[in-house]
Design a protein around this ligand. Structure first.
Ligand SMILES: C[S@@+](CC[C@H](N)C(=O)[O-])C[C@H]1O[C@@H](n2cnc3c(N)ncnc32)[C@H](O)[C@@H]1O
Ligand code: SF4
Length: 382
């Protein structure tokens, strides 16, 4: 089993305030944030995980959150320097930083760029100012556009915009208007997420009025898929669309069942263990203070779980079937170490139901299969 590509995820867990729909590991900042102490903890955390990945090349780094753009560029720079002294970075390393437009200041993007960040992901959600308020966002649509322009002035041409659809009271025309305002900014990548009510959020406890039902949400999705395609953004995953060659390398690596280290509060990592057909999943303490108190020691690890051969086909499909490109049987074997005979029965069942198509050794989800991804993936449960 040749080790798959390796990525590095870095979690930065604070936000200006908590959005009522969000179940990410993000915490409203109270007072001064301990940027330096947190970067120190990240480096200790990385040091502890290094033996898992000795000698391997890292192909992407992703600063996710929370709101990574709350961190000063100098802090990001210090982490990247420490990481490059410890890991082998690929020459064409993709380095993404998630940004809330409400935290974009003049001059910051130049310095993120100098630190090595070469891709920005903006959480914009919608350009409708009333909707932004209902979503508890800290910025309006003009600020969102201004943030993108500041990044463009600093030389960023490779950037993503996150939009959500099926917002409370949203019409088809409003969803279209959001896309048009996004297209005008010329992003290379768009993430188009259906608003979901997640347990343990304010919206889950008190759902806002007028959330479109499943059929209306599906209509918005189908319509927007067409608009995105017409504007030159090819869908390559459930919620991800890109201009040619501009897919997120970091996210593609997750969905192709690649390996990743997860550093920082609540971060999850996945590392394949060569010959013995298993995968190690490791996660870190969720709470930022607990994480900082213990990072780099055995007590800093939230948990380790070994995924054995019986569960690997399911975990593989859970990721691969999100992708339009599908998978080959050779890819399956090289990522899991398993013989394709292990999945012959569920593959046959998925073909028979019209959920997958087959071309030689390559399988792709059909439109029907993509609509019922959960049912397809369930076929591969142990
Ligand atoms: C970590 S945030 C992005 C950066 C920054 N925190 C922000 O919000 O601007 C990741 C993205 O997930 C999406 N998201 C979060 N909660 C969601 C939910 N309940 N339903 C759909 N999308 C959601 C949003 O589009 C958000 O931009
Ligand atoms: S800013 Fe982003 S991460 Fe923070 S609470 Fe809002 S959606 Fe979640």
């Amino acid at each position: 089993m040749v080790p798959p590509p390796l990525a590095l995820y870095v979690h930065l867990p604070w936000c200006v305030r908590k959005c009522p729909y969000c179940d990410f590991n993000s915490h409203a900042a109270k007072g001064e944030l301990p940027f330096e102490a947190y970067i120190d903890a990240l480096i200790r955390d990385l040091d502890q995980d290094l033996p898992l990945v000795w000698g391997r090349v890292v192909s992407s780094v992703f600063f996710g959150g929370g709101t990574p753009s709350l961190f000063p560029p100098e802090a990001i720079d210090r982490f990247l320097q420490a990481a490059s002294a410890r890991l082998r970075f690929a020459p064409n390393l993709e380095v993404t930083l998630e940004t809330n437009p409400g935290t974009a200041e003049h001059g910051r993007f130049d310095r993120y760029r100098a630190a090595g960040v070469n891709r920005i992901s903006f959480g914009i959600q919608t350009f409708n100012d009333q909707a932004l308020q209902r979503l508890g966002r800290i910025h309006d649509s003009n600020e969102a556009e201004r943030a993108v322009k500041l990044a463009q002035d600093a030389g960023y041409d490779n950037f993503n915009i996150d939009l959500m659809y099926a917002l409370p009271q949203q019409t088809l025309a409003e969803a279209e208007h959001d896309l048009e305002r996004a297209f005008a900014l010329q992003p290379t990548h768009m993430s188009h997420y259906q608003l979901t009510l997640e347990p343990n959020t304010v919206f889950f406890a008190r759902p806002p009025q007028g959330i479109p039902d499943e059929d209306s949400a599906w209509d918005i999705q189908e319509y927007c898929q067409r608009l995105l395609a017409d504007a030159g953004y090819a869908q390559y995953e459930v919620s991800a669309y890109a201009r040619p060659g501009r897919q997120s390398q970091h996210n593609l690596n997750y969905w192709r069942f690649g390996d990743y280290l997860g550093i920082g509060a609540g971060a999850h990592g996945k590392i394949s263990s060569g010959a013995d057909q298993h995968v190690l999943r490791r996660w870190k303490h969720k709470h930022p203070q607990t994480f900082m108190d213990h990072a780099g020691t055995a007590a800093g690890i939230g948990g380790d779980e070994v995924i054995g051969a019986d569960r690997l086909p399911f975990e593989y499909m859970l990721n691969l079937l999100r992708l339009h490109e599908g998978f080959g049987l050779k890819d399956f074997t090289s990522r899991t170490g398993l013989d394709p005979a292990r999945i012959a029965v569920p593959l046959q069942a998925a073909l028979a139901r019209g959920w997958l198509t087959r071309d030689g050794d390559h399988f792709q989800p059909t439109e029907l299969g993509r609509r019922f991804t959960n049912d397809v993936v369930e076929l591969f449960l142990p």
